[in-house]
Design a protein around this ligand. Structure first.
Ligand code: NIG
Ligand code: FE
Length: 413
């Protein structure tokens, strides 16, 4: 397959690692760019003229990208894709001034979705999640991380991870599974987070590791949820099983999450609404990626967006994710990029780096996806806009017009 005449071919060519500081502004754009794809892999990248000279045999599928942007498939490194039910009624509570934590403390929020998910059949859970995944693909996401965390007991957590596996098998999107048993203390362990952490370490983690159901282990380290000691215990146990680590860190208050993520060698610390300066500096020193989720304060009606500008300037490599979940039903990385620019003072180029190569790095996939370079997986999208800055600039509609996954065209309009 040849993609030809892109008005901007956004390659993100560069080091195969998360980009930091000024590197995040370098998209390595080729004007009148072209990509040659063969066997699901990127074969060559360059100016249309030179690609045509090298690869101009007959019988090759050609895609005309004149007037359009071509870029790597978007990578969504933080989602709670798999759940049952919805929580639209919380909108009214939030409008009347209730905070996310107040709704959770009243038995709603995550706990409400735990009830709905436990009550759903495996088939129904799959169907509801698949519908969201299809929409994410249509909005340009070709790699998506997905967490458990609405079962909390062993059986339903495993059912969630099996659902992620089945979605990965049946849809043209690569899914990366994360165990988030430590999402909240379940009703069976109410008031005893320590005992619940022991239960996960002794009963659940070994089984998940043995069956290779999760690549990462995550924990909601937050005042009133899991403290630093509990989080550390779980994460170190997961590390012992060879799993990568992630932390929901300092979302609402400085809870020591950013520092813990750096200390245990987590690949990323996510949210970062209120990290301490020490935590930020520790992350910058260890190249812990900061995954920012601007959809969450948006949907929680909060003004507390992470300070993307400051984090980048202090040297933390930043990625962006939707945080898709029943509080923040956001399936679009395009909208996320727009929010990052409007609410976190990130530039369009930084936000695009954060949604591609840096998001790939937050999943350990920086050598496989996240840029358009020779040898990488041919996950490529085309957008009906003349320049990349229109992604954040035009919001609320889908700019993607073609999605190529592993070298095959899987969606177009
Ligand atoms: O990342 N903060 C914790 N967990 C999710 C929300 C999950 C939910 O509200 O159902 C998040 O925002
Ligand atoms: Fe989350």
């Amino acid at each position: 397959m040849l993609i030809l005449h892109a008005s901007e071919l956004v390659t993100l060519k560069g080091p195969r690692r998360a980009r930091a500081k000024a590197e995040m502004s370098d998209l390595s754009i080729v004007q009148d760019g072209a990509v040659a794809i063969s066997d699901g892999v990127i074969l060559d990248v360059g100016k249309t003229e030179s690609i045509l000279r090298e690869h101009n045999s007959t019988g090759i599928e050609r895609i005309d990208a004149s007037g359009k942007v071509v870029m790597p498939g978007l990578v969504d490194p933080h989602t709670h894709l798999v759940y049952a039910g919805s929580r639209e009624f919380e909108l009214e509570l939030k409008a009347k001034g209730k905070s996310y934590m107040e709704i959770l403390e009243g038995g709603g929020g995550i706990l409400r979705t735990v009830r709905d998910t436990r009550d759903s059949s495996p088939q129904d859970l799959f169907r509801q999640s698949a519908k969201r995944l299809e929409s994410m693909l249509v909005h340009g996401s070709t790699t998506v991380e997905a967490k458990s965390g609405y079962g909390l007991d062993k059986d339903v957590e495993i059912r969630m991870l099996e659902t992620i596996k089945r979605l990965d098998d049946e849809y043209p999107v690569s899914l990366v599974p994360t165990y988030l048993g430590a999402h909240v203390v379940p009703p069976e362990f109410k008031g005893d987070g320590d005992a619940y952490v022991d239960f996960m370490v002794v009963e659940v983690l070994p089984e998940i590791a043995r069956r290779k159901l999760a690549e990462f282990c995550d924990v909601f380290c937050e005042k009133g949820i899991f403290n630093v000691q509990q989080s550390r215990k779980l994460l170190l146990a997961a590390k012992g099983f060879g799993m990568g680590l992630k932390v929901h860190a300092d979302e609402f208050s400085n809870s020591g999450g950013a520092q813990l993520a750096a200390e245990v060698g987590a690949i990323s610390a996510d949210h970062l609404g209120k990290p301490s300066d020490d935590g930020i500096m520790a992350m910058a020193r260890r190249d812990t990626i900061g995954v920012l989720l601007p959809g969450t304060p948006f949907s929680s009606m909060s003004k507390d967006y992470a300070d993307g500008r400051r984090l980048i300037d202090l040297g933390v490599p930043i990625a962006l994710g939707t945080d898709l979940n029943p509080n923040c039903w956001n399936e679009s990385m395009q909208f996320t990029i727009s929010l990052a620019c409007h609410k976190m003072r990130m530039t369009p180029a930084e936000a695009i780096t954060a949604a591609t190569i840096n998001a790939a790095a937050a999943l350990g996939l920086e050598r496989k996806v996240g840029s358009i370079e020779q040898g990488k997986r041919a996950d490529v999208i085309m957008l009906d806009i003349p320049t990349y800055a229109h992604i954040p600039y035009k919001f609320g509609t889908n700019q993607v017009s073609l999605v190529i996954k592993d070298g095959r065209s899987v969606w177009e309009r």
